[in-house]
Design a protein around this ligand. Sequence first.
Ligand code: IMP
Ligand code: MG
Length: 183
Amino acid sequence: MKMTDEKQFQSRISRVLITEQQIAEAVRAAGERIDREYKGKPLLLVSVLKGSYIFLADISRAVSIPCEVGFMAAKSYFDGTESSGNVQITLDLAQDISEYHVLIIEDIVDTGRTLSELVKMLKAREPLSLKVLTLLDKPDRRVVEFKPDDALFTIPDHFVIGYGLDCGEYYRNLPYIAEYSED
Ligand code: IMP
Ligand code: MG
């Protein structure tokens, strides 16, 4: 169903969890950490679409050392009983990552399934190093053991929208992160 009713759209934004300003400050600080860690190294920032498109755009501009960007997309298939599952790459990187220090830029680590599988697949390609920076971490929801190397905000178990994160493909364009609720 396409959403066109602005009133309904607004009514499902339950409350702002992280403001635009809080995000900007955390992104700026993360950019400085990346500058320090990867100075003098060939760096590839990898965005996992679609959720991280805004975060990648902001993080890449907070980094002042030379870096390249790459894009991937993945689909997950889980039957609800398996503790770890199947992730299929639907859009692959153009770069041969064996020449790079790779930093995955992710929107949220929830159950941990997607990233734990993706990290395994990318490590098999033998990058110079591989780390994960996530905007949000929801550790209470973890099903598979997975710890991001860096997380800007740790949040409780509540479905969130905005700043790239969607509900049924809507709300990615909110400049802040909010809790979602249907009533
Ligand atoms: P995983 O459960 O850690 O594999 O996360 C898979 C994907 O689910 C994330 O990359 C997000 O795209 C999506 N996701 C998980 N939690 C949320 C949420 O609270 N809001 C929007 N998307 C979410
Ligand atoms: Mg995602």
